[in-house]
Design a protein around this ligand. Structure first.
Ligand code: ZN
Length: 362
């Protein structure tokens, strides 16, 4: 392990190594950037490195402190994660953190508190946390990890040393996929290019059937199947997925509600949070489909014009892209943009996809 496992984040690592070497680790760090690029991994390695007994600006991975941190048993390293399906970090957790920071670290080093998805603190929790940040304790470092830093109060952001994380290279995503999944190399390469340097997206593309569905829809439309029928089937698939997503979020929330003795206001707040979480999950999935359609037709245009497989994302499909290029019209990309806007505005999805597929079939 150690910082050497973090890929493609040399600017962030240089900053952290410097802070360690100069023994000037800030009281609050905000690791921000896209999801699935190694922010949490870096935070955990940083937690190790800060208290490592051997190495100066990294984790040695062999001393007792490093081992305890790696196993999650170091008394001075706490990782806070959003809980349950609503994924909210609540005030009670922040109060626990505030209480803990009053005491000196057990092992005499530095206390590290990592917040995964720190922006999932609700507003009350953020205000509580701000108070803790305003009375910094020299022996505690908070590491806030966030894909959406703007959802944090500006007053919180301004008290953190910000560390930006960028996307991974397509080659890195390909390597990491091949380490985890048994995939043909050309598929891993295509997904590495499509996932925009984010491992969370890449993993989802491998584990879900989204890409297979998009490839099958484009294949059927290219073969001259009735666009109405293809559109209706696709809509039916989406509706079933939406129901499943909504049910999963609600079921998780019900369990959470049973675990806690909630008052009426809290139940209402929870209900709203559940609705919002389900809607967000559904919207993300729709937009991911739109993105995949966009990459396909964009690739058809680019490959036809350049014949250069390096320039396309769906690199494992160049034969089909060439055929698609023969039927390509610029209106198709325009229709995808329009459908994208309609879905963001929450218009009737059946109609949006029917209209879209009519244009894509032409
Ligand atoms: Zn160590």
């Amino acid at each position: 392990m150690s910082f050497s496992t973090v890929r493609d984040q040399s600017i962030a690592l240089r900053f952290l190594r410097n802070a360690l070497r100069l023994r000037r680790v800030p009281n609050a760090l905000l690791f921000w950037g896209p999801g699935g690029v190694g922010k949490m991994l870096t935070a955990l390695e940083m937690a190790k490195a800060v208290n490592c007994a051997e190495a100066e600006s990294d984790a040695c991975d062999t001393c007792l402190s490093c081992k305890k941190t790696a196993h999650g048993t170091h008394p001075d390293v706490t990782v806070i994660r959003p809980k349950g399906k609503t994924r909210i970090i609540k005030t009670d957790v922040i109060e626990m953190v505030a209480e803990m920071s009053v005491y000196r670290p057990f092992e005499g080093g530095r206390r590290i508190v990592v917040f995964e998805d720190a922006d999932r603190m609700n507003e009350v929790a953020q205000n509580h946390f701000l108070k803790t940040l305003e009375e910094p304790r020299s022996e505690t470092t908070f590491i806030l990890v966030s894909e959406h830093p703007r959802r944090l109060l500006p007053t919180i952001r301004s008290r953190c040393q910000q560390v930006m994380f960028g996307s991974l290279s397509p080659e890195t995503v390909k390597d990491l996929l091949l380490q985890t999944f048994s995939l043909p190399a050309e598929v891993a390469e295509a997904i590495g290019a499509i996932s925009q340097g984010r491992m969370d997206r890449a993993r989802d593309l491998v584990e879900s059937d989204k890409r297979d569905i998009v490839l099958s829809v484009t294949q059927r439309l290219a073969a001259g199947e009735d666009a109405m029928v293809v559109g209706e089937e696709f809509s039916a698939h989406l509706s079933a997925r939406n129901e499943a997503l909504r049910a999963a979020v609600k079921e998780g929330a019900k369990e959470e509600a049973q675990d806690q003795d909630l008052g009426k206001d809290e139940r209402d707040e929870m209900k709203q949070a559940v609705e919002a979480a389900a809607e967000a999950a559904i919207r993300r999935e729709m937009l991911e489909y739109m993105y995949l359609f966009q990459t396909w037709y964009r690739d058809a245009l680019v490959f036809g014009a350049t014949q250069d497989a390096e320039r396309v994302l769906n690199r494992d499909q160049v034969g089909r892209l060439m055929a698609e290029h023969g039927r390509m019209r610029p209106e198709k990309l325009g229709a995808i943009d329009t459908a994208w806007v309609y879905i963001e505005r929450n218009l009737n999805r059946d109609r949006v996809f029917r209209d879209l597929f009519m244009t894509l079939a032409g």
